[in-house]
Write a protein that binds this ligand. Sequence first.
Ligand SMILES: Nc1ncnc2c1ncn2[C@@H]1O[C@H](COP(=O)(O)OP(=O)(O)OP(=O)(O)O)[C@@H](O)[C@H]1O
Length: 624
Amino acid sequence: MNIAEKAPASTGWDKDQLAVIAADSEARLAVEAGPGTGKTAVACARLAHLISEEDIEPTNTWMISFTRTAVAEIRARLHSYVGDDSFSIRIATVDSHAWSIHSGHDPNARLTGTYEENIARVIELLKTDEDVWDELSQIEHVVIDEAQDLVGQRADLIEALVERLPPDCGVTVFADEAQAIYGFSDAAIGAPKGTSKARGRSLLERLRDAEELHFTTLALQEIYRTSSPGLKNIFSGLRNELLEPQNHREGLHGDIAKKIGDLADTSGLKWREMKVADFTADDLLLFRTRAEVLMASQFCDLPHRLRLSGYGATLPSWLALCFFDFVEPYLGERTFFDLWSVRVENKAAPEYGPAQAWSLLLRIAGRRDGSVDMQSLRRRLSQTKPPVEIAVPEYGLRGPIVGTIHASKGRESSNVVLLLPNGPEFENLEEEAEEARVLFVGATRARESLIVGESSVYRGSALRSGRAYRSARNRKSVMVEVGRDGDITARGLVGRSEFEAEDAAGAQSFLARNADVITTYTLEADPDLDWRYRVCVGRGGLCVGALTSNITYDLWDILAARGQRNSHKPPGYVNHVRGQGCSTLVLAADDSELEVLNEPWASSGFMLAPRVSAFPPFFFFGRR
Ligand SMILES: Nc1ncnc2c1ncn2[C@@H]1O[C@H](COP(=O)(O)OP(=O)(O)OP(=O)(O)O)[C@@H](O)[C@H]1O
């Protein structure tokens, strides 16, 4: 392949980009560049070039990125460059690379320790274990994207890895220090990420300072994401301000917010005068915190999509629609096309058709004879992190995306509406500088236009579980997030203790008819299910599932936080719980949960789940 032909535009790669893409395969490069200069595009092109021009084996290359969404995007880009060879490249997050080293070389490996303990163990293996060195000696090239976010222990890990690579193994690292927003989470302003300690020195600084690692620094200058002069000014002018340590003073956040507003296409809008339904599928609405996103979503009854941490990749509903009663070990193309035409076409069809769906199935669990192995399909789809190519990256149906800035890193969108936090307060200068960088990341997602507005004051809090909640002003009700990973499991959808077989069939067929539309549910606590909430269509209506106790425990935690644990109790019912269509839940053939399910789901392992995403008010009543 001639990589020049694969440039994203007819103008081709520029000379700075080519200097990275076509550098010697053994080179160690630290590429520093601002947003939209093509770091991710060049990272993919570099690997593609090494594979197709330098005969590097795809299996001997590693691509490390920070987030799973980034990994999904990288895989798609690489596929467009090198076709199916991209499936041999080890593209993964730092944590999953670490885990594969851990599990492959430590006979006692189990993910039982704390996150820190597990990473520490991998660092030790990298330093001492000859089998690990053996494995690393095969690697010919490592590409690391978004390296600015690798700090603390993750940076220790990558440093130890690079030190251990053979001297002729090339390494290409991409970073933008102005976009380093790792230290705090999107739970609330100032809420530290569970695993971060002090920032310490960034990975790039460490690699560059270690002379024996022989890194050369290169830069990419041209901005490709946008041609708008105002946006370009934000992309480069504000970046310089953020990179200058002297500017890290009190008031930096306010200054950056003001400058972004001045340079945006429109500014000064107030969120309370807007609503999600005013926007289209080309628009990305970005808020700083989860509570703000959930509030905006709760008051929108048109289809939209959520981009938030805490919502694992969901599987499309067509899987359960086709396979809920499929019990054959293998699936042929003809049968699949028939199932699709009867069950999916015109109902809950995704943007692609049956041919692409079939090729996805083959890629995940294809057999030599051209059929799909259903056991292996179930195994792959039931993983907490199912294959990125089939998972739906956003949670919801269609329409505008509403998300946090943190969850939108590395992504771009035609129009961005950035809702600046209203009256934020910071504990210290480090936090203020980090928050200023968060604004910068948000503002630089736009390709064509940037609208800047002011968010309403929705101070939310997060529980230990990560669930967001927010007390109403009168303290009578609390808005609580419903629909997080783990809120609904297979048992709650078609379990025998939750449903008679006939009722489970009724519930699943309701979901099948409504797989592509919004439904408003009521939660009703069921004394026969230990007061777990049933998800019902209207008060006393059809029950489509029962939530796990996770939310009930969290409600007691909220009561404890309000000092009401002994005086109040969670409500018996909750209104305004919206579901946006359905997703598919899959259990592997050896999952013990199958034993408690009704048929045919106990045999097929595929079922529909309502895609609940809500922030409804819970009224806690006094206990008599
Ligand atoms: N030489 C080029 N010609 C035209 N378009 C390009 C070129 N290089 C990159 N692009 C496009 O510019 C956009 C930004 O690229 P990319 O997302 O790789 O930037 P990035 O530096 O990784 O940004 P960020 O730091 O914000 O994540 C993409 O749409 C990409 O296809």
